[in-house]
Design a protein around this ligand. Structure first.
Ligand code: PAF
Length: 284
């Protein structure tokens, strides 16, 4: 496995791969890898000649009062894990390498960013699109891999890929969970022992709400069930629990086929997200 930290070194690797007509799988990450990321890398390994993983905590997607400085980082451990799942190249640039100059041009996420995490994290998805567009240009992937845990991110990046004609396929990999159902996340390390015991209630709440919605199609009741479950089982503060048509992220109507049931909850000081995406008719 090669570790490159400069754009020049990455470009040389990509050029060589392209000359040899290799397919390239890109796994963009912010590091502090867990099984969720490794599942993405394994999916990329299975389908591509060359697997590139980026490890970069992207400052432009963090708000001024968010956890950019304290976001967990452990590059040596990440490199060992990446190598264990067959990643060929890790691209781990510095902030200066990724953003040497700022000409002020931005990609603005559209309406899909006005709800859910976008509503509570203004500008977050603009920052995500900025770095993802750069990573797409730099690695020229045949396929790019994202986790369904960030369902809104997936929907917004897919819109950018479609509207800006990025020549790649997006692959979405299901949420990876702990044994008690808690969705794996780099931020789970922030949880105290008490928080950690309470956190699985988010997944349980989503399961109950999904079952309720499939039974009677009532959005308000489904959200109420999830809210009560979290309120009675945790000391957490709900940021949102919403049920929207997916991937447009607009209110559910009689014509809606696919829905996203998503929650963001502060357990202690840690903001955790989780979701279910399912077909209204079949519950898949
Ligand atoms: O999902 C993440 O970890 C980040 O938002 C991403 C896609 C790597 C962009 O920084």
């Amino acid at each position: 496995m090669k570790v490159v930290t400069t754009i020049a070194a990455l470009s040389a690797e990509i050029q060589a791969a392209k000359i040899n007509e290799k397919t390239i799988g890109l796994v963009p990450t912010m590091g502090y890898l867990h099984e969720g990321h490794l599942t993405l890398a394994q999916a990329a390994r299975a389908e591509n000649d060359l697997v590139v993983m980026s490890i970069f905590v992207n400052p432009t997607q963090f708000g001024p009062n968010e956890d950019f400085e304290s976001y967990p980082r452990d590059l040596p451990h990440d490199l060992a894990l990446a190598e264990s799942v067959g990643v060929d190249i890790v691209f781990a640039p510095s902030v200066e390498e990724m953003y040497p100059h700022d000409g002020g041009i931005r990609i603005h996420a559209g309406k899909q960013a006005n709800v859910l995490c976008g509503a509570s994290r203004p500008g977050h998805f603009d920052g995500v699109l900025q770095v993802v567009a750069k990573l797409f240009h730099l690695t020229q992937p045949t396929r790019a891999y994202f986790g369904q845990k960030d369902a809104q991110q997936v929907a917004i990046i897919a819109t950018m890929v479609r509207d800006f004609n990025f020549p790649l396929e997006m692959r979405v990999v299901p949420v990876v969970r702990e044994e008690d159902g808690l969705a794996k996340s780099s931020r789970n390390v922030y949880l105290s022992e008490v928080d950690r015991k309470q956190a699985p209630a988010i997944n349980e709440a989503l399961e109950l709400a999904r079952d309720s919605f499939l039974e009677n199609g009532d959005v308000v009741e489904a959200i109420e069930i999830a809210t009560v479950h979290i309120a009675t089982r945790t000391n957490g503060k709900i940021d949102y629990i919403e049920l929207l048509a997916y991937p447009d992220l607009i209110p559910v109507t009689d014509d809606t086929e696919q829905v996203l049931l998503a929650a963001a909850v502060y357990i202690g000081n840690t903001r955790l997200i989780d979701n279910r995406i399912f077909n209204v008719k079949e519950g898949l």
